[in-house]
Write a protein that binds this ligand. Structure first.
Ligand SMILES: NC(=O)c1ccc[n+]([C@@H]2O[C@H](COP(=O)([O-])OP(=O)(O)OC[C@H]3O[C@@H](n4cnc5c(N)ncnc54)[C@H](OP(=O)(O)O)[C@@H]3O)[C@@H](O)[C@H]2O)c1
Length: 233
Protein backbone atom coordinates (compact mmCIF):
# COMPACT_ATOMS: atom_id res chain seq x y z
CA UNK A 1 0.00 0.00 0.00
CA UNK A 2 1.25 3.50 -0.75
CA UNK A 3 2.59 5.45 2.24
CA UNK A 4 2.94 9.05 0.98
CA UNK A 5 -0.64 10.05 1.87
CA UNK A 6 -3.15 9.00 4.50
CA UNK A 7 -4.12 5.45 3.59
CA UNK A 8 -7.74 4.50 3.32
CA UNK A 9 -9.30 1.14 4.14
CA UNK A 10 -12.82 -0.20 3.92
CA UNK A 11 -14.16 -2.65 6.51
CA UNK A 12 -16.99 -4.70 5.01
CA UNK A 13 -19.12 -6.08 7.85
CA UNK A 14 -17.90 -3.37 10.22
CA UNK A 15 -20.70 -3.66 12.80
CA UNK A 16 -19.96 -7.24 13.95
CA UNK A 17 -17.51 -8.13 16.71
CA UNK A 18 -14.60 -8.81 14.37
CA UNK A 19 -15.48 -5.78 12.25
CA UNK A 20 -15.47 -3.38 15.20
CA UNK A 21 -12.10 -4.67 16.39
CA UNK A 22 -10.74 -4.10 12.87
CA UNK A 23 -12.13 -0.55 12.79
CA UNK A 24 -10.36 0.17 16.09
CA UNK A 25 -7.03 -1.30 14.94
CA UNK A 26 -7.27 0.62 11.65
CA UNK A 27 -7.99 3.93 13.41
CA UNK A 28 -5.08 3.27 15.84
CA UNK A 29 -2.87 3.00 12.75
CA UNK A 30 -4.23 6.30 11.41
CA UNK A 31 -6.02 4.79 8.44
CA UNK A 32 -8.98 6.68 7.04
CA UNK A 33 -11.81 4.18 7.55
CA UNK A 34 -14.98 3.46 5.59
CA UNK A 35 -17.33 0.91 7.20
CA UNK A 36 -20.10 -1.05 5.48
CA UNK A 37 -22.89 -2.63 7.51
CA UNK A 38 -26.57 -3.39 7.30
CA UNK A 39 -28.80 -0.35 7.81
CA UNK A 40 -30.25 -1.80 11.03
CA UNK A 41 -26.74 -2.17 12.52
CA UNK A 42 -25.45 1.37 11.96
CA UNK A 43 -26.01 2.22 15.63
CA UNK A 44 -23.52 -0.52 16.60
CA UNK A 45 -20.86 1.78 15.14
CA UNK A 46 -21.95 4.79 17.23
CA UNK A 47 -18.66 4.96 19.15
CA UNK A 48 -16.81 5.56 15.85
CA UNK A 49 -19.45 7.69 14.13
CA UNK A 50 -17.45 10.92 14.13
CA UNK A 51 -14.24 9.22 12.95
CA UNK A 52 -15.32 6.94 10.13
CA UNK A 53 -17.54 7.10 7.05
CA UNK A 54 -20.41 4.64 7.22
CA UNK A 55 -21.98 3.23 4.07
CA UNK A 56 -25.19 1.45 5.13
CA UNK A 57 -26.48 -1.49 3.14
CA UNK A 58 -26.24 -5.23 2.58
CA UNK A 59 -22.63 -6.23 1.96
CA UNK A 60 -23.61 -8.29 -1.10
CA UNK A 61 -25.14 -5.22 -2.77
CA UNK A 62 -22.71 -4.44 -5.59
CA UNK A 63 -23.63 -0.75 -5.68
CA UNK A 64 -23.05 -0.38 -1.92
CA UNK A 65 -19.64 -2.05 -2.24
CA UNK A 66 -18.68 -0.07 -5.37
CA UNK A 67 -19.29 3.17 -3.51
CA UNK A 68 -17.59 2.04 -0.28
CA UNK A 69 -14.33 0.68 -1.75
CA UNK A 70 -13.68 3.56 -4.17
CA UNK A 71 -10.22 4.99 -3.52
CA UNK A 72 -9.39 2.44 -0.81
CA UNK A 73 -5.87 1.01 -0.54
CA UNK A 74 -7.19 -2.00 1.32
CA UNK A 75 -10.47 -3.81 1.94
CA UNK A 76 -11.03 -5.95 5.05
CA UNK A 77 -14.02 -8.23 4.52
CA UNK A 78 -15.82 -10.32 7.14
CA UNK A 79 -17.19 -13.29 5.21
CA UNK A 80 -20.24 -14.63 7.02
CA UNK A 81 -22.42 -17.53 5.96
CA UNK A 82 -25.68 -15.93 7.08
CA UNK A 83 -28.84 -16.21 5.03
CA UNK A 84 -29.59 -18.40 2.07
CA UNK A 85 -29.14 -15.91 -0.74
CA UNK A 86 -25.44 -16.21 -1.48
CA UNK A 87 -24.55 -13.50 1.01
CA UNK A 88 -20.92 -14.59 1.33
CA UNK A 89 -20.15 -15.23 -2.33
CA UNK A 90 -22.09 -12.11 -3.34
CA UNK A 91 -20.03 -10.03 -0.91
CA UNK A 92 -16.72 -11.55 -2.03
CA UNK A 93 -17.57 -11.11 -5.72
CA UNK A 94 -18.57 -7.48 -5.26
CA UNK A 95 -15.28 -6.75 -3.48
CA UNK A 96 -13.23 -8.63 -6.11
CA UNK A 97 -15.00 -6.75 -8.92
CA UNK A 98 -15.04 -3.24 -7.51
CA UNK A 99 -11.93 -2.77 -5.34
CA UNK A 100 -9.15 -0.60 -6.77
CA UNK A 101 -6.79 -2.63 -9.02
CA UNK A 102 -3.84 -2.71 -6.59
CA UNK A 103 -5.81 -2.80 -3.36
CA UNK A 104 -4.91 -5.36 -0.69
CA UNK A 105 -7.96 -7.53 -0.11
CA UNK A 106 -8.15 -9.38 3.21
CA UNK A 107 -11.01 -11.80 3.89
CA UNK A 108 -11.97 -13.67 7.07
CA UNK A 109 -13.33 -17.20 7.39
CA UNK A 110 -12.84 -20.29 9.53
CA UNK A 111 -10.55 -23.33 9.51
CA UNK A 112 -13.19 -25.36 7.69
CA UNK A 113 -12.10 -23.62 4.48
CA UNK A 114 -9.22 -25.38 2.76
CA UNK A 115 -7.21 -24.01 -0.12
CA UNK A 116 -5.32 -27.07 -1.32
CA UNK A 117 -7.11 -29.93 0.45
CA UNK A 118 -3.96 -30.77 2.43
CA UNK A 119 -5.28 -29.81 5.87
CA UNK A 120 -5.66 -32.65 8.40
CA UNK A 121 -8.87 -32.29 10.35
CA UNK A 122 -9.72 -34.20 13.52
CA UNK A 123 -12.84 -36.39 13.45
CA UNK A 124 -14.33 -34.05 16.08
CA UNK A 125 -13.79 -30.97 13.89
CA UNK A 126 -15.30 -32.71 10.85
CA UNK A 127 -18.28 -33.90 12.89
CA UNK A 128 -18.96 -30.40 14.22
CA UNK A 129 -18.82 -28.88 10.71
CA UNK A 130 -21.16 -31.60 9.40
CA UNK A 131 -23.68 -31.07 12.20
CA UNK A 132 -23.56 -27.28 11.84
CA UNK A 133 -24.05 -27.53 8.07
CA UNK A 134 -26.98 -29.93 8.52
CA UNK A 135 -28.65 -27.77 11.19
CA UNK A 136 -28.03 -24.70 9.08
CA UNK A 137 -29.77 -26.18 6.06
CA UNK A 138 -32.63 -27.23 8.32
CA UNK A 139 -33.30 -23.75 9.70
CA UNK A 140 -32.35 -22.02 6.43
CA UNK A 141 -30.44 -19.31 8.29
CA UNK A 142 -26.88 -20.24 7.41
CA UNK A 143 -25.25 -21.28 4.15
CA UNK A 144 -21.84 -22.79 4.94
CA UNK A 145 -21.38 -23.99 1.35
CA UNK A 146 -21.67 -20.42 0.16
CA UNK A 147 -18.69 -19.36 2.28
CA UNK A 148 -16.79 -22.20 0.58
CA UNK A 149 -17.88 -20.86 -2.82
CA UNK A 150 -16.83 -17.33 -1.81
CA UNK A 151 -13.34 -18.59 -1.00
CA UNK A 152 -13.15 -20.66 -4.19
CA UNK A 153 -13.69 -17.45 -6.17
CA UNK A 154 -11.11 -15.56 -4.13
CA UNK A 155 -8.50 -18.33 -4.53
CA UNK A 156 -9.10 -18.27 -8.31
CA UNK A 157 -8.65 -14.51 -8.50
CA UNK A 158 -5.43 -12.75 -9.52
CA UNK A 159 -6.12 -9.93 -7.06
CA UNK A 160 -3.77 -9.21 -4.12
CA UNK A 161 -5.83 -11.24 -1.66
CA UNK A 162 -5.26 -12.96 1.68
CA UNK A 163 -7.84 -15.29 3.26
CA UNK A 164 -7.34 -15.40 7.02
CA UNK A 165 -8.75 -18.61 8.50
CA UNK A 166 -9.70 -18.23 12.15
CA UNK A 167 -9.61 -20.98 14.79
CA UNK A 168 -12.21 -21.15 17.56
CA UNK A 169 -12.48 -17.65 18.99
CA UNK A 170 -12.63 -16.16 22.47
CA UNK A 171 -12.88 -12.67 23.91
CA UNK A 172 -10.20 -11.07 26.07
CA UNK A 173 -7.29 -8.66 26.01
CA UNK A 174 -4.91 -8.79 23.07
CA UNK A 175 -2.03 -11.25 23.40
CA UNK A 176 -0.26 -10.08 20.24
CA UNK A 177 -0.11 -11.10 16.61
CA UNK A 178 -1.30 -14.70 16.08
CA UNK A 179 1.01 -17.23 14.46
CA UNK A 180 -0.05 -19.11 11.35
CA UNK A 181 0.40 -22.13 9.20
CA UNK A 182 -0.75 -23.15 5.71
CA UNK A 183 -2.34 -26.37 6.89
CA UNK A 184 -4.85 -27.15 9.61
CA UNK A 185 -3.45 -30.15 11.46
CA UNK A 186 0.05 -28.67 11.76
CA UNK A 187 1.18 -28.99 15.43
CA UNK A 188 1.55 -25.22 15.91
CA UNK A 189 -2.23 -24.85 15.49
CA UNK A 190 -3.22 -27.65 17.89
CA UNK A 191 -4.59 -25.34 20.60
CA UNK A 192 -7.32 -24.11 18.22
CA UNK A 193 -7.93 -20.86 20.10
CA UNK A 194 -7.46 -17.20 19.14
CA UNK A 195 -8.65 -13.99 20.79
CA UNK A 196 -11.04 -12.22 18.45
CA UNK A 197 -9.18 -8.94 18.97
CA UNK A 198 -6.02 -10.66 17.67
CA UNK A 199 -7.82 -12.18 14.67
CA UNK A 200 -8.67 -8.58 13.78
CA UNK A 201 -5.06 -7.54 14.42
CA UNK A 202 -3.81 -10.19 12.00
CA UNK A 203 -6.26 -8.99 9.33
CA UNK A 204 -5.17 -5.36 9.69
CA UNK A 205 -1.45 -6.20 9.79
CA UNK A 206 -1.88 -8.29 6.63
CA UNK A 207 -2.66 -5.07 4.74
CA UNK A 208 1.03 -4.21 4.76
CA UNK A 209 2.51 -7.71 4.74
CA UNK A 210 3.22 -8.69 1.15
CA UNK A 211 4.44 -12.14 2.20
CA UNK A 212 0.77 -12.95 2.80
CA UNK A 213 -0.39 -12.05 -0.72
CA UNK A 214 -2.31 -15.05 -2.15
CA UNK A 215 -1.90 -17.02 1.08
CA UNK A 216 -4.64 -18.53 3.25
CA UNK A 217 -3.06 -18.51 6.71
CA UNK A 218 -4.76 -20.58 9.41
CA UNK A 219 -4.11 -18.69 12.63
CA UNK A 220 -3.80 -19.47 16.35
CA UNK A 221 -3.12 -17.25 19.38
CA UNK A 222 0.60 -16.60 19.93
CA UNK A 223 0.33 -17.39 23.67
CA UNK A 224 -1.52 -20.68 23.30
CA UNK A 225 0.30 -23.86 24.42
CA UNK A 226 0.78 -25.13 20.86
CA UNK A 227 2.19 -21.80 19.64
CA UNK A 228 4.54 -21.57 22.64
CA UNK A 229 5.71 -25.16 22.17
CA UNK A 230 6.40 -24.43 18.51
CA UNK A 231 8.34 -21.28 19.41
CA UNK A 232 10.52 -23.30 21.84
CA UNK A 233 11.32 -25.58 18.92
N1 LIG B 1 -17.44 -17.43 15.69
C1 LIG B 1 -16.40 -18.24 15.63
O1 LIG B 1 -16.12 -19.02 16.54
C2 LIG B 1 -15.49 -18.21 14.42
C3 LIG B 1 -14.47 -19.16 14.33
C4 LIG B 1 -13.60 -19.10 13.25
C5 LIG B 1 -13.73 -18.14 12.28
N2 LIG B 1 -14.76 -17.24 12.36
C6 LIG B 1 -14.87 -16.23 11.31
O2 LIG B 1 -14.76 -14.97 11.92
C7 LIG B 1 -15.52 -14.02 11.19
C8 LIG B 1 -16.40 -13.27 12.15
O3 LIG B 1 -17.28 -14.18 12.75
P1 LIG B 1 -17.93 -13.93 14.18
O4 LIG B 1 -18.66 -15.19 14.52
O5 LIG B 1 -16.88 -13.43 15.11
O6 LIG B 1 -19.02 -12.87 13.88
P2 LIG B 1 -19.07 -11.29 14.06
O7 LIG B 1 -17.73 -10.69 14.06
O8 LIG B 1 -19.95 -10.98 15.19
O9 LIG B 1 -19.78 -10.84 12.71
C9 LIG B 1 -21.01 -11.30 12.31
C10 LIG B 1 -21.36 -10.54 11.06
O10 LIG B 1 -22.46 -11.17 10.43
C11 LIG B 1 -23.45 -10.20 10.13
N3 LIG B 1 -24.77 -10.84 10.17
C12 LIG B 1 -25.38 -11.39 11.23
N4 LIG B 1 -26.58 -11.88 10.88
C13 LIG B 1 -26.71 -11.63 9.55
C14 LIG B 1 -27.73 -11.89 8.59
N5 LIG B 1 -28.86 -12.53 8.90
N6 LIG B 1 -27.53 -11.47 7.32
C15 LIG B 1 -26.39 -10.83 7.00
N7 LIG B 1 -25.40 -10.56 7.85
C16 LIG B 1 -25.56 -10.95 9.11
C17 LIG B 1 -23.27 -9.18 11.20
O11 LIG B 1 -23.81 -7.98 10.76
P3 LIG B 1 -24.75 -7.09 11.71
O12 LIG B 1 -23.82 -6.35 12.62
O13 LIG B 1 -25.46 -6.26 10.74
O14 LIG B 1 -25.65 -8.03 12.47
C18 LIG B 1 -21.75 -9.12 11.30
O15 LIG B 1 -21.19 -8.30 10.32
C19 LIG B 1 -16.26 -14.80 10.10
O16 LIG B 1 -15.56 -14.68 8.89
C20 LIG B 1 -16.20 -16.24 10.61
O17 LIG B 1 -16.23 -17.15 9.53
C21 LIG B 1 -15.63 -17.25 13.42
Amino acid sequence: MSTDRRRKVCVVGASGKLGRYMVRHALDRDYEVVGVCRERSVEKLAEFADRITIVPGPTNDREVIRKAVAGCDGVLTVLVPWGVRQYSSGTAQAVLDHAEPDARLIFSCGWHITRDGKGKYSWRFKAVVRVVAWLARLVRAVELDDQVEACRRIFASDRRWTVVRGSDLEEGESQGLPVWSRHVGDPVLASNRTRRVDFALFMVEALTDDTLVREAPAIVGCRTPSALAHARG
